[in-house]
Write a protein that binds this ligand. Structure first.
Ligand SMILES: NC(=O)C1=CN([C@@H]2O[C@H](COP(=O)(O)OP(=O)(O)OC[C@H]3O[C@@H](n4cnc5c(N)ncnc54)[C@H](O)[C@@H]3O)[C@@H](O)[C@H]2O)C=CC1
Ligand SMILES: O=C(O)[C@@H]1CCC=N1
Length: 279
């Protein structure tokens, strides 16, 4: 069976509880339903959710789903890291069994989920990103020793339903992953805003500057996606010797004051914050 059929098969019967149906949880949910998860196998637990697709069960808190059952195969934890400690105890009865706790929360450690839900609980810690909303997400995940091969395949299919997925064995890498791909879309949007503002400062009308900045960033992203060349080659393809791009890159690629050292500082700051969120 091809991998995509395998994923669909894994998803067609999976029972998921989504704790936190906000931006990230909602984006994941859309991908699941598009990839074969049955709406009546999904429960959103959220006192103020975003969109609730037809056929999906909604509960403001876990009391009713826990009483009614059946227990989920996967408990997806998509609330803010800062409230995770308050949210988890209610799900203790699902711990130490076959239900996999699949977190998308920044910073929160596998050990924290084990402490709250039970030491024998299968836990997957992952970091997706918001391009998941258009099925172009990038997720990196890490599993504890209690996650079986089947459970890992199910989580792989759930996370892979909204884009690309990579697994790491070393949980410590997740902080840097969060800083690059988790937060990264915001850097690209800020780059777009900066390009538009610079265009206005160079004399363009605001609407035209915003339009060409947005089209350029998304067009460059699409080219990078489809081209075989690496980003450095694509950059060189734009850069004529002694031309306009070379003049700009002299500033952007400056060893001390260019985008390189700035990005290093930004990513280090995000990774540091991820470590702090561990609590
Ligand atoms: N937004 C992003 O780019 C990314 C977010 N994440 C992680 O995803 C998680 C959710 O973030 P967002 O979706 O951006 O936030 P959000 O604020 O859009 O969604 C959080 C949801 O949790 C709900 N909620 C609040 N208290 C609750 C409770 N006691 N039980 C159940 N639900 C409750 C809220 O009503 C809301 O719908 C965070 O842990 C964040 O670190 C991870 C990667 C990227
Ligand atoms: O800013 C945050 O903390 C979350 C995690 C990665 C993207 N958004």
């Amino acid at each position: 069976m091809p991998a995509s059929d395998l994923s669909r098969a894994a998803l067609s019967t999976v029972r998921v509880w989504l704790v936190g149906g906000g931006k990230m949880g909602g984006a994941l949910l859309t991908g699941w339903l598009d990839n074969g998860v049955a709406p009546d196998n999904v429960t959103i637990i959220d006192p103020a959710p975003g969109r609730v697709p037809q056929g999906v069960r909604l509960a403001a808190d876990p009391a009713a789903p826990l009483a009614e059952g059946p227990a989920p195969d996967v408990l997806v934890l998509a609330v803010k890291p800062q409230i995770m400690d308050d949210v988890l105890p209610a799900y203790r009865s699902l711990g130490d069994g076959t239900t996999v706790a699949l977190s998308v929360a920044a910073g929160r450690l596998i050990a924290g989920f084990e402490a709250a839900l039970g030491a024998g609980t299968p836990v997957v810690r992952s970091i997706p990103n918001t391009p998941a909303a258009v099925h172009r997400g990038m997720t990196v995940a890490c599993a504890n020793a209690h996650v079986t091969e089947t459970a890992r395949a199910t989580c792989d299919a759930l996370l892979g339903a909204v884009g690309d997925i990579a697994w790491v064995d070393d949980e410590a890498l997740i902080d840097a992953v969060t800083a690059v791909s988790g937060s990264g879309p915001a850097y690209v949007f800020w780059l777009t805003e900066c390009m538009a503002r610079a265009g206005v400062e160079a004399g363009l009308p605001e609407a035209l500057a915003a339009r060409i900045a947005r089209a350029t960033v998304s067009g460059a992203g699409a080219l990078m996606d489809q081209a075989e060349e690496d980003p450095a080659t694509l950059r060189r393809n734009v850069t004529s010797p002694n031309g306009t791009t070379a003049a700009a890159l002299d500033e952007l690629m400056n060893d001390r004051a260019g985008l390189g050292p700035l990005m290093t500082r930004a990513v280090a700051a995000a990774a540091r914050r991820s470590r702090e969120l561990a609590g």
